[in-house]
Design a protein around this ligand. Structure first.
Ligand SMILES: NC(=O)c1ccc[n+]([C@@H]2O[C@H](COP(=O)([O-])OP(=O)(O)OC[C@H]3O[C@@H](n4cnc5c(N)ncnc54)[C@H](O)[C@@H]3O)[C@@H](O)[C@H]2O)c1
Length: 257
């Protein structure tokens, strides 16, 4: 039996209760990692833990990634349990309903920026001292192809993902002397519970618009699967990517070309 790619490593995965975070949690555990599942939705994260079973060590910590105190508690508890943290996968995110800018509320704007962008600052800020101590680490931020290719009506979402991408690059340079790698993945439209939440209308209209607006915008002609993102995150988390930092990987079926 060969060792898993993440044998001996501990990974914090935010948004692990659904979609890409859930797929990554299962894959990372199967590859030998201890996984700390952080999600606002405790029940969903527990469900992911249940699906992982005994493959690896699993811990669930209910976390609001947009709140500093909650993130600090996450990191403290994870360090207490595992002593070293090697991987941070920032996957938690919220969508935006297509909204004209003049109708966008300040509360909604702040929520999207908090969960999609500020959360990367908060998780990194608390985790980096521990990674600096062991002089290694891999931070992976799930941004979006919407961070480099805009769509009308997704003003806050695009801005939040653009911020995630630029923060990834800034941190990659800042943390390189400590052998901490920072990369981002830009998924294209993906088959997760989030996709329908960008669209208004009843179930039938949402399904029609998913095809018209999202599926038809992907040159390869298929929606991205959460497992596609998990595989890329596994590569970036593992030592196979030991020379890779500051990379923004489009995983989008060609949408960004
Ligand atoms: N689905 C897509 O088409 C798509 C495309 C590009 C990028 N993305 C990005 O990929 C990431 C994962 O999205 P997904 O499609 O798997 O979505 P999803 O809705 O399936 O999962 C998102 C998870 O984040 C959690 N979450 C939301 N707010 C949180 C908070 N404040 N604190 C902690 N957890 C919170 C939710 O409970 C949920 O479990 C997101 O950052 C998203 O913006 C998604």
């Amino acid at each position: 039996m060969t060792a898993g790619l993440l044998e001996g490593k501990t990974a914090i995965i935010t948004g692990a209760g659904s979609g890409m975070g859930k797929a990554a949690a299962k894959l990372f555990a199967a590859e030998g990692a201890n996984v700390v599942l952080a999600d606002l939705n405790r029940e969903a994260a527990n469900c992911t833990a249940g699906e992982i079973g005994n493959t690896g060590e699993v811990m669930v910590i209910q976390t609001d990634v947009g709140e500093d105190e909650s993130v600090q508690k996450l990191v403290n508890e994870a360090v207490h349990q595992y002593q070293h943290l090697d991987v941070l996968l920032n996957c938690a995110g919220v969508p935006q309903f297509f909204t004209p800018i003049e109708e966008m509320s300040i509360n909604e704007w702040d929520k999207i920026m908090n969960v999609n962008a500020k959360s990367i600052f908060l998780t990194t800020r608390h985790l980096v001292p521990h990674m600096k101590r062991i002089r290694k680490g891999s931070i992976i931020n799930i941004a979006s192809i919407a961070g480099i290719r805009a769509r009308p009506g997704l003003n806050a979402y695009c801005a939040s993902k653009g911020a995630a991408i630029m923060l990834t690059k800034a941190l990659a340079l800042e943390l390189a002397p400590f052998k901490i790698r920072v990369n981002a993945i830009n998924p294209g439209p993906a088959e997760t519970p989030m996709l329908g939440k960008f669209l208004p209308g009843d179930e039938k209209k949402v399904e029609e618009d998913k095809k018209k607006i999202f599926l038809d915008s992907v040159p390869l002609g298929t929606l991205i699967q959460p497992e596609d993102i998990a595989q890329a995150a596994l590569y970036l988390a593992s030592d196979l990517a030991k020379a890779v930092t500051g990379e923004i990987m489009n995983l989008d079926g060609g949408r960004g070309v």
